[in-house]
Design a protein around this ligand. Structure first.
Ligand code: CP
Length: 337
């Protein structure tokens, strides 16, 4: 059964996502969360469809939860490992995608360390007039839409588990702290969280939070849905954390740092590391998020990461399965109509 309110074949970016689309994802994910609480955690929604996980870059959470989500929807899954694939013999990425198309793939979930690869595959699928949907599972420093949507779902379910909705975050203060420059998670979260009416405060050292982020939400993309977005930049931690309702801390992506951007990890932790002590600046009910994987003791103390009073990190991973079921269902069910 197709969802009449869903018209996207591909999900590459959240820049032009509409509030109704966020709500459709949240409500569909809540239904699947209920399915996942049953004894039999499987539904026949995508029976007979083929979902290929094309991960050209390492992943634990995203890859496993997309695979589990597909299996819970009764789809057939194909997993691709670049090191043992014909990429090693010189096959191109587009020819790899066309090979999966020829096998009858319905949805391709694509991760690559270069920005733009999922879009290039989506464009090629459209050029070939196929009905394949392409999902961006993280491309370089560009976007990671499913991570931002599962973060949104985690927050909205905390605020109203009966009816999660984007508008629940209106007026909340949300801090995103750390290596913003290299973070596709931050970029997708900026789109989703500012669309909710929340105040989003970015904090990090100037080398990891360039001034150009001040213009991020006034880029031409953001005018598509005419949302009044509230984004603030800070080059120290305290103003971002003061009275914050939620704090998202990000991994220092040392593998993407081509220049010397930090004095030392110890100094970084002293200036921007999240600890119990620093949460005292926040709203007393503050909760902490991290997309993972975590550098324990660098962007967040080990004690805080493991403290269930504050940390939503495990819940984020759990939410990932229901949200990815919702996304695959919304993309895949349209193909059945
Ligand atoms: N958050 C995230 O994308 O984690 P993985 O790299 O493990 O998929």
């Amino acid at each position: 059964m197709a969802n009449p309110s869903w018209s996207r074949r591909h999900i590459i970016s959240l820049a032009d996502f509409q509030p109704e689309e966020y709500d459709t994802v949240l409500q569909t994910a809540a239904s699947f969360q209920e399915v996942l609480s049953r004894r039999t955690k499987k539904v026949p929604a995508l029976q007979g469809q083929v979902i290929a996980n094309l991960f050209f870059e390492p992943s634990t959470r995203t890859r496993s939860s997309f695979e589990l989500a597909a299996k819970r929807l009764s789809a057939d899954t194909l997993n691709f490992a670049p090191g043992t694939s014909s990429l090693t013999k010189g096959e191109t990425i587009l020819d790899t995608a066309k090979t999966y198309l020829a096998m009858g793939t319905d949805i391709m979930v694509v991760r690559h360390r270069e920005a733009g690869v999922p879009l290039a595959i989506a464009n090629e699928m459209d050029r070939l007039q196929s009905r394949v949907g392409v999902f961006n599972a993280g491309d370089g420093q560009h976007e990671h839409p499913s991570q931002a949507l599962l973060d949104l779902f985690t927050l909205c379910m905390l605020l109203n588990p009966e009816k999660p909705a984007l508008s629940l975050l209106a007026g909340k203060k949300i801090a995103i702290v750390g290596d913003i420059l290299h973070s596709r998670v931050a970029r997708s979260n900026i789109w989703s969280l500012t669309a909710s009416g929340a105040e989003v405060h970015l904090a990090g050292p100037p080398t990891l939070l360039p001034k150009l982020f001040a213009d991020f939400v006034s880029s031409p993309d953001s005018s598509i849905n005419g949302i009044d977005r509230k984004l603030f930049l800070h080059w120290s931690l305290q103003p971002a954390l003061e009275a914050a309702d939620f704090v998202m801390t990000l991994r220092l992506q040392r593998e993407r740092m081509t220049q010397h951007l930090l004095p030392s990890l110890r100094e970084y932790h002293q200036q921007f590391g999240l600890t119990h002590n620093r949460l005292k600046w926040c709203n007393p009910t503050v909760k902490v998020l991290h997309p993972g994987p975590v550098n324990r003791g660098v962007e967040i103390s080990s004690e805080l990461m493991d403290d269930p009073k504050f940390s939503l990190i495990s819940q984020q991973v759990t939410s990932g399965v229901a949200v990815r079921m919702a996304l695959l269902y919304l993309m895949g069910s349209g193909k059945l109509s």
